[in-house]
Design a protein around this ligand. Sequence first.
Ligand code: 13P
Length: 331
Amino acid sequence: MTSEHTEKLHSTARALVAPPRGILAADESPGTMSQRLEKVGVEPTPEARRDYREMLLTTPGLSESVSGIILADETFNQELSDGRTVPQACADAGVLPGIKVDTGAKPLAFAPGETITEGLDGLRERMQDYASRGAAFAKWRAALKLDASLPTDRAIHVNAHALARYAALCQEAGVVPIVEPEVLMDGDHALERCEEVTSGVLEKVFAELAAQGVDPAGIVLKPNMVVAGLGFSDQPEASEVAAATVRVLTQRVPESVPGIAFLSGGQAAEVATRHLKAIAAESTPWGITFSFGRALVDGALRAWAGDPDKWKDGQTALDDRVRANSEVLKR
Ligand code: 13P
């Protein structure tokens, strides 16, 4: 890579995680987005999915709290109602456009309950195309199910390998990879079990990234916070979540990584913000920010619910959440 190419990756990665801004994850696949629209009574057409994303993207003042927005391929290729392309609308809004390039988590052979995230076939060509149309960064999510005996070493290994192959292809195309190894929150496990598994997963991910020549200064890591399972009866304090999360990250993440942007993973919106606040209060070598999906948009989707007269209500709900999260990043 030329030094210009490398410097562009580094500066984009730094811009994505520079406090007090975070990343809005609005990249639900058409299938997932359709389910969410149906839940609030909206017929899930491509136009309805576009309208919902347009509502989010045109929220006034979005760029004060949001550095980038992750989009699904369908959205990236759509036009807003005023005819602008979505990457153009992102540029106008002052946020960087990102693209989810994995094609989803599929059952892993001979591994009941576990998945492998797919999408590497043809990825070089797709990355070049997205880059030529303005994508500044990309995302790939590996999902690891946690219980008493999962994840298996094999599921961790194949997912880490795929994440690293994806990240290398992104950097080759001049696009910053968001590397997202998510240890799922489902279950009734204690925080300690999540800490142990998250540590093992991140160790493997960084070993694979190094083995495949990925420049750690040109990525953004998007991990889960270290939390107890959603079904665990005695939920830990935010201070315990923060201490365990920073302990694991300090152990596993190279200091050259510019920033860590957490997913929300099914935490209630206020809980995710409380945890983010406690983590951001710790001293760390990397930038700390949010890359939440549900914890930012759930309220906006409910408030809008497909009603053109409630467009502003949806935007206000989004604005409240992005500002609340941005606020806790300010020191
Ligand atoms: P959640 O914050 O809803 O977990 O979504 C983040 C994301 O991008 C999942 O891939």
